[in-house]
Design a protein around this ligand. Sequence first.
Ligand code: SF4
Length: 302
Amino acid sequence: MEFYNTYNNYLKQIFGGKVYKISLNAGFSCPNRDGTLSKKGCIYCNELSFSPSKKLGENLETQIKIGIERLNKRYKNIKYFLGYLQPNTNTYADVDTLYKIYTKILNHPKISGLIIGTRPDCIDKEKISMINELAQKYYISLELGLQSMHNKSLIWMNRGHLIDAFENAMKLVENTNIEIGVHVILGLPTETEEEMLENAKYINKFKKIKIVKIHNLHVVKNTPLEILYKQENVKILSLEEYAPLVVKFIGYLDKDKVIARIMGDSPKEYLIAPYWVLEKQKALKYIEETFKKLGIAQGSLL
Ligand code: SF4
């Protein structure tokens, strides 16, 4: 039994077969790193941990080729690949540059669509109108970093924007064909459990949000969070603490949302804590058991 709508099934319905993502680095920067907003970045962010095996500077074509070869070695008969602009802020350039990069990926014969990860304060009318044009022809998903609805948490994370930036972004995409995804973090030390669960109800308010990616706060090397963690100034949730939390969170999410991720992920060489995220299958099994134990499924607590 599935306790929530999975992204794999959702994409299978759209494309008619299993879909694989290829993480791509188009060399964008981020205003929260280049000094425009800050030089420190978000408290948890180490840009290298997104795709450590990728050599910066490899062109997109080479990255796609390597990504396809790697996936074809692991899985058989793959028909569909999506480009995933994951690291940094992938709308942080002028609209012509963005168009060139997006169409370069979308015009690749093996690529069936594009996922664009970005900050809510880095889109505007012109960019959205260009992305929407592409969305008439291709599968395009825009992933916005919501992380939390609570300003105190956004400040603690050094996001460099407050919740009004997210709400402005939602207004910009409201009447478009662009699929919208959001990232949210559970286990922030600034929030009570009730406040964490409020994030699910907040997401429900936006019918336009289709995809939800849930991360547990985890500590990556060479980040401000690593320093805080080592000074014992931040508590990181154990799997036993996280599982009932994420299960309840999903219990409060509308049934029409699709859940693309229910825990964080980090390459072993970058992870400081918690180690349980490295045993992904075991953790997912434990979370599944928790769904059963608590008798919760997506939307059942609403
Ligand atoms: S998490 Fe995203 S917005 Fe924050 S510093 Fe890293 S790339 Fe920039």
